[in-house]
Ligand binder design. Structure first.
Ligand SMILES: [Zn+2]
Length: 467
């Protein structure tokens, strides 16, 4: 007898979409096929829905602390992972940030201590590195055995703004079979674009122009090529970077890129709103032309994955008086609970990409790139029973009053979305049912990631793996 049987949905399998049943036992996918007549402790009729592998959010900032001011987000590992589960996500990859006087394995352990036993979802951590000395370089060697395979470098501040230092990190990553993720904005270009006037929401986008991102992306691509290290560009937002990534891939380089739900769902017009300060984020929201290019890049394989880049700052912290400098406002957008529905709705249901491509960018590819495949990212016998059941045509209006939003706001408030996760299952456990969280807290586990693997495009491996 199976533990759980999902019967009659349109299931997205590696071979395409099929109307099959999915059986779960012991938290693992046991069987896929025509299972009518088989018995299970619980059978759910999912006729009329899409059944996809549990979504993976590879970039979010849980319990974030603002670098400039020390302001604190209101969420924690429990509330943020509940919000993610409600969005159809079953795995998150957060960050371990540098702590003064600690080597990376120590601050990774500290961040794990904050998360372990508190997440409702399985999770892993990228290790942020902001300076390198001999001791740090040596200590990085301990990370693969600790299950960590990805570094993050911020190119617009700290030690990694120096290309020689970033190059050293990439060389070390290549030795360790790890991946380097970059926040690509050029520090000097940002400083030059800042201007002398008081910065307001209305002038924010111009203070972080697309050229600063293009320059940093091109620089990171060249450094990664020389270091023979796979590169993952987080939150790509503009056409210059897309062109650079596309051309590097055409030359055979392992360069992968990601788009956020807020850059896909909003444009810089949001900064002109009365509540424009809510939408401060780096890189900023861009033009409608950049937004169109991002959607095309996800569909044509230039970009490989999507994320929420969520930061759970409360609404009060994100507000400024008119004409007041916005310098003290913590950047970041709290869109965790709607990020995947937005991408499904605007992406798949508006015809920008097929459902199978959505599954690649929102589940299979992050699993592959971050070394979690095939435990995660695929509906196949033996994989973790992480499943997201979506009511594809359920129209709903985003209203923060109806949502689980500890931070008190949602960037897509008032928008009509079409798709909604109705049943979310993580390792066989039902976490979300009829759109409500019904799971137990603390059921998530720390995942040990393996080496990066090339992502898929339209069901095929999108080589190269490593240049
Ligand atoms: Zn981020």
């Amino acid at each position: 007898m199976y533990d759980l049987l999902l019967s009659g949905g349109e299931v997205v399998l590696p071979t395409g979409i099929a109307r099959v049943d999915v059986a779960v036992t012991g938290g693992i996918i046991a069987e896929i096929g025509d299972l009518r007549g088989e018995s299970a402790r619980r059978t759910v009729d999912v006729d009329g829905t899409w059944v996809v592998p549990g979504l993976i959010d590879p970039h979010l900032h849980i319990a974030d602390v603002a670098t400039a001011t020390g302001a604190r987000a209101v969420d924690d590992f429990t509330s943020a992972t509940i919000a993610a589960a409600l969005s159809g996500v079953t795995t998150v990859i957060d960050f371990a940030y540098p702590v003064a006087g600690q080597l990376p394995p120590a601050y990774l352990a500290e961040r794990r201590a904050e998360a372990d036993g508190r997440t409702v979802l399985d999770y892993n951590l990228h290790v942020v590195v902001d300076m390198l000395d001999e001791g740090t370089l040596a200590a990085l060697g301990a990370l693969p055995a600790l299950g960590c395979r990805s570094f993050k470098a911020f190119m617009h501040r700290g030690g990694m703004a120096n290309p020689a230092t970033l190059y050293q990190l990439m060389r070390r990553a290549a030795e360790l079979d790890m991946l380097v993720m970059v926040h690509a904005e050029n520090k000097e270009m940002l400083e030059a674009s800042r201007g002398a006037d008081t910065l307001t929401a209305a002038t924010f986008a111009a203070s972080r122009p697309p050229i600063s991102e293009s320059l940093a992306t091109v620089q990171a691509i060249h450094l990664a090529k020389a270091a023979r290290c796979p590169l993952y560009v987080v939150h790509v937002t503009e056409q210059g970077s897309l062109t650079a990534i596309r051309e590097a891939r055409q030359r055979g380089q392992a360069v992968w890129g990601e788009a956020t739900s807020h850059h896909l769902g909003l444009t810089e017009a949001a900064y002109q709103r009365e509540d424009g300060a809510l939408f401060l984020c780096a890189p900023p929201l861009r033009s409608a032309a950049d937004q169109t290019a991002l959607w095309a890049a996800l569909a044509d394989g230039t970009l490989q994955s999507v994320c929420s880049d969520h930061c759970g700052y409360g609404r009060d912290l994100k507000q400024a008086q008119p004409d007041q400098s916005i310098e003290q406002i913590p950047p970041g957008i709290a869109g965790l609970q709607t990020s995947m529905s937005l991408i499904l709705s605007d992406g798949v249901l508006q015809g920008r990409m097929p459902l199978t491509r959505f599954v690649e960018i929102a589940s299979t590819n992050p699993a592959r790139i971050f070394g979690l495949y095939p435990q995660k990212g695929v509906i196949a016998p033996g994989s973790d029973a992480d499943l997201c059941v979506i009511a594809p045509h359920a129209q709903w209006v985003v209203d923060p009053a109806d949502l689980y939003v500890p931070w008190g706001w949602n960037p897509f408030a008032g928008r009509v979305l079409q798709a909604r996760p109705v049943l979310v299952i993580a390792r066989g456990e039902v976490l979300v049912e009829a759109g409500r969280f019904v799971g137990a807290s603390g059921g998530g586990r720390y995942l040990h990631c393996g080496a990066p693997r090339a992502p898929l495009f339209q069901g095929k491996v999108h080589a190269p793996v490593i240049q």
